[in-house]
Ligand binder design. Structure first.
Ligand code: ATP
Ligand code: MG
Length: 573
């Protein structure tokens, strides 16, 4: 079954003519939107917050809606300026300076956003951490980056091994009854008392902004450094891809511990002057639909895993909510199965737009623009200003419809500038001069659409055929009983590898040999005999990163009884 292409709906999109923009666009033009075009100096926090707070007609617009099970708050751009100025003063008074690494280890809360932007205001490089990290993961990251400070909470500070971290000078705790002693500082009291006037630290466009340790789907996390100039691409993709206008109410569901939660949960929406929604607490279909309804969200950026969970919850839940304000839905992080696009179109009446990028690329690179036809299963086309290609293993460009290495010409603004303390790893991305090689496998069709096949390391070679796991996983989740699927190649003396599927069933289905056979036959008939899993394990859940990615290397390690490697980013509750 070929899922139908979904033509653009029309309407007043920021990018009306993609082909034209590809020809004309120049990144230098985007600089004109920002103060540094005139002054030569820049600060992300100024462009995201202060610039709007300075405008009479803009300062009282809500910048941040925050809610969780206990709190329900809103902050205007003027409030955000005040709170981030105060936070910046707390850091400054404690001796934090330009270039210092300041880690942020807190659950989502307004204070997390004040702290992140406040640290950026003094020129520090922020390092976001998932609140679920245990001691080892925190230590690895702080050690590798020689962090000078961390801001955390009473609940989490026990996981910061202060005595093992000689470079760590300040431990800010946001919470009640914090006793200041040794390295510990009471962030909450200091924030209350801090002055509301702050002299922002102007930096150069190439100065460090943020250090993101990648989600660790494939191995030990790497510290990817981004600089202030990344704002050009955050801003421009916010406009073209998220289609943000100043009156949009936008919700990015990603946690700031992951790059989507900063590039598109902090920078892109606020650079574009939109209202940003943050929901704390855990996922539930009711909480999520409730959030969309409560704030009249217009633009929603989420991930395949969340969308699959919403689909698994059944279509009755969604009927209890008024989602009529929604006009644009996007997805990132993992391949977006065509079945999810089909389902989304049915229940929301909207196309879900896939977007592809990596921690290393800093911002969206390939996507389905609102003005383009969506081909379900395809990631879409490169953004204007980025040139992509499929390369063979020698670095030659491959013609359409051939699977190979997804690569981009170097030189886009939000490109990482280094991997912290690991030059060798960094250089590994540039094996072919002029190209950045992503490590993902894909092909391009005749119309210029890119089709993700899997990580290069995950591609399965069975009886001489190369198969991407994504295609099989997508077919599996089309089966009514299947909620999620992860597919690996299992070594086999005859076939090289055989296809093994791990499957989590939807609500209401029970494991049985008949069901497994039915699923197998479904893939065989829908895809190809060689693509049908020869082995299938049913599991309650699949191992995933905190950012919701299925960890195929863990599935493989389980299967082959190998060490699972670094599991710090695994979601284990
Ligand atoms: P690590 O590099 O530490 O192993 P990771 O690659 O999962 O972790 P991220 O940078 O968060 O860390 O993820 C980028 C990867 O996620 C991409 O290389 C790709 O494999 C996958 N990905 C992201 N978006 C998409 C998408 N739209 N379609 C398919 N895959 C995607
Ligand atoms: Mg990666």
């Amino acid at each position: 079954m070929e899922l139908q292409s979904l033509p653009p709906k029309g309407g007043d999109h920021n990018l009306q003519n993609y082909e034209e923009a590809v020809k004309q666009f120049d990144w230098a033009e985007v600089e004109k939107a920002f103060s540094f075009y005139e002054t030569g100096k820049v600060n992300m926090a100024y462009e995201a917050i202060d610039r709007h707070a300075e405008k009479e007609n803009k300062k009282d617009q809500v910048a941040l809606y925050y809610s969780d099970d206990q709190r329900d708050e809103s902050y205007t751009f003027a409030d955000m300026k005040k709170m981030t100025d105060k936070a910046a003063n707390v850091f400054k008074d404690a001796g934090i300076e330009k270039g210092d690494r300041v880690f942020i280890f807190m659950p989502r809360s307004p204070e997390l956003y004040f702290a992140a932007l406040g640290a950026i205001k003094v020129g520090a490089i922020i390092g976001p951490l998932f609140e679920a990290f245990m001691e080892g993961a925190v230590k690895d990251r702080l050690q590798n980056s020689e962090a000078k400070a961390i801001i955390t909470t009473n609940d989490l500070v026990g996981r910061v091994p202060v005595s093992d971290l000689p470079a760590l000078e300040k431990v800010f705790i946001y919470g009640d009854t914090v006793r200041e002693e040794g390295k510990t500082l009471d962030f909450k009291t200091r924030l209350e008392k801090a002055s509301e006037n702050h002299d922002i630290t102007w930096v150069d466009r190439e100065d460090g902004l943020i250090l993101h340790y990648t989600s660790g789907s494939t191995g030990m996390p790497k510290g990817v450094l981004h600089v202030h100039a990344a704002m050009l691409q955050h801003y421009q993709t916010g406009k073209w891809v998220l289609d943000l206008k100043e009156d949009d109410v936008y919700w990015c569901t990603a946690d700031p511990g992951w790059v989507t939660g900063t590039s598109y949960g902090i920078f892109a929406p606020w650079l574009n002057g939109a209202t940003n929604v943050v929901r704390g607490g855990r996922f539930s279909p009711e909480a999520w639909y409730g959030t969309l309804e409560k704030y009249n969200v217009t633009v929603w950026y989420s991930a395949p895993t969340a969308l699959r969970m919403l689909a698994s919850a059944g279509d009755d839940v969604v009927k209890n909510y008024d989602l009529s304000s929604l006009r644009h839905i996007l997805s990132v992080g993992e391949p977006l199965n065509p079945e999810v696009v089909r389902w989304g179109h049915e229940v929301y009446g909207l196309r879900i737009h896939d977007s592809w990028w990596m921690t290393e690329t800093g911002a969206i690179m390939i996507t389905n623009f609102p003005a383009l036809t969506v081909k379900p299963g395809s990631m879409g086309k490169p953004i204007p200003g980025v040139e992509a290609a499929i390369l063979d293993d020698q670095g030659n460009e491959l013609p359409p419809n051939r699977m190979g290495n997804l690569a981009m010409k170097t030189g886009w603004p939000s490109m990482m500038r280094t991997i912290w303390n690991n030059e060798e790893k960094y250089n590994g991305y540039f094996e072919f001069p002029g190209w950045y090689v992503s490590g993902d496998s894909a092909y391009k069709d005749e119309d210029g659409y890119y089709w993700f096949q899997g990580r290069v390391d995950d591609v399965i070679v069975t009886s001489g055929e190369r198969v991407g796991p994504f295609e099989i996983e997508s077919k599996l989740v089309e089966h009514p009983a299947v909620g999620e699927a992860g597919v690996i190649g299992k070594p086999d003396p005859v076939r090289g590898e055989i296809i093994k599927a791990f499957v989590a069933l939807r609500e209401g289905y029970e494991e049985s040999d008949e069901l497994k056979e039915d699923i197998r036959v479904f893939v065989k008939n829908g895809l190809a005999a060689h693509a049908a899993p020869r082995e299938m394990d049913i599991r309650d859940t699949l191992p995933k990163t905190r950012s919701g990615k299925i960890m195929r290397r863990v599935l493989k390690a389980w299967e082959l009884d190998l060490p699972t490697g670094d599991l710090s980013t695994m979601d284990d509750d």
